[in-house]
Design a protein around this ligand. Sequence first.
Ligand code: FAD
Length: 470
Amino acid sequence: AKVNEEADVVVIGGGPGGYVAAIKAGQLGFKTTCVEKRGSLGGTCLNVGCIPSKALLQSSHMYHDAKSRFANHGVQVSGLEIDVAKMMKQKEQAVFGLTKGIEGLFKKNSVGYVKGEAALTSPNEVKVQLTEGGEKSIGAKHIIIATGSDVRQVPGVPIDEQKIVSSTGALELKKVPKKMVVIGGGYIGLEMGSVWGRLGSEVTVVEFADSIVPGMDGEVRRAFQRTLEKQKMKFKLKTKVVGVDTSGDGVVLFLEPAGGGAQEQFQADVVLVSVGRVPYTTNLGLEQLGIKTDQWGRIEVDDHFRTNVPSVYAIGDVIPGPMLAHKAEEDGVACVELLAGKAGHVDYNTVPGIVYTHPEVAMVGKTEEELKAAGVEYRAGKFPFLANSRARTIEDADGLVKILADKKTDKILGVHVMGPNAGELIMEGVLAMQYGGASEDIARTCHGHPTLSEAIKEAAMATYDKPIHI
Ligand code: FAD
């Protein structure tokens, strides 16, 4: 086919992996084009993920605070109301501003932006079905696949984005459902469940496993579940959804114990399916080129993000590793730096995970369970936010910090925080681990007072010595 355009680097997908890779490529002097089919840049994260969810979490948190906590501080409000349409508008403005911002960054870094769906037609060429109609073929020295992920479906529970919604529909509900069922107790389900729960929905989380948020440190997870229960979120663990009936007004769910047993019916107005995400490679041309994927459909890459076809690379949610925006961004930068002959590298041991409920839960490194299973000798230092002065003054003292350090060397192996702003606080642990730090390094670092971060310092002290304030 006739090649209409030549580039050094073509990036397929404009999510946090793809757009960051494209900007970095522009910065390093590559002639770069990014192809995105969605109509706006930013991918899942900016359009239907991280960003809109955090906007709604903030709005619902403000409402909930005004309703339940303002009075304790002597702030009286009356006539408190929710305007869901306005809430959605604020969210849309945030999303719009940020996605447009990426277009600006593309211009600044001379990155070409092609709107359309791309498929690989050879190791050095992609064909784009342009959104505005017609086709375009782009020749490239290097092709980076950053096509991300899509919602995982539950058999027997077809998503219609009205009554049975994915996270995308849950970000756009027109009114607060009276009863909401969340299928899947992962972070996305808990965040969206929190949004609608705070606004008045009765939320029940149905989870197949015997605990919520797999991968979270057990002690923290149990504390987290208790907290969510105090917020009136209900849990049906070890339960599977085997089917739904949407013929009536709402939805009837058919539930069974995970291990088999008597069926039960459960009524809801809206059901959110959030059982994880699957890599998205539909119509990409992988089979034709013989690009290898694993049993979960993830594109296989080596530690330089190379697929088995030279000149084709892959990053972000579409390759193995945590399906997180910041991980995709790190992949993007490292992949392009390696293309430029630089030393790109991502340390997957220090990718933080954050749940943006209230309180937030954040983690990096190993859990206690993982250390036990690996036979590593460790010490655990803990400190509750109840003993942190700042948390007490802001009346937000539910949660704890837990630091796990090697018993002999004191090297930090994992940091777990449940508490206000845990997502920001965790970065101290991430940085310490990145530098190969010991818990004593954190403990002997002067922390500002009164700050929530003092809880990190005290937990670090508790790891090898004694904390002061408990
Ligand atoms: P994506 O963001 O999925 O981007 C891929 C892009 O490629 C898409 O825009 C798609 O349209 C495009 N594309 C696909 N195929 C083609 C093609 N053939 N041609 C052209 N374009 C194509 N992560 C966090 O770190 N923090 C959070 O708080 C967080 N919250 C989330 C909340 C929700 C509700 C969801 C659903 C996800 C959340 N995530 C969060 C996960 C995060 O969104 C993803 O990890 C991240 O977006 C992955 O980036 P990516 O670039 O790999 O893929």
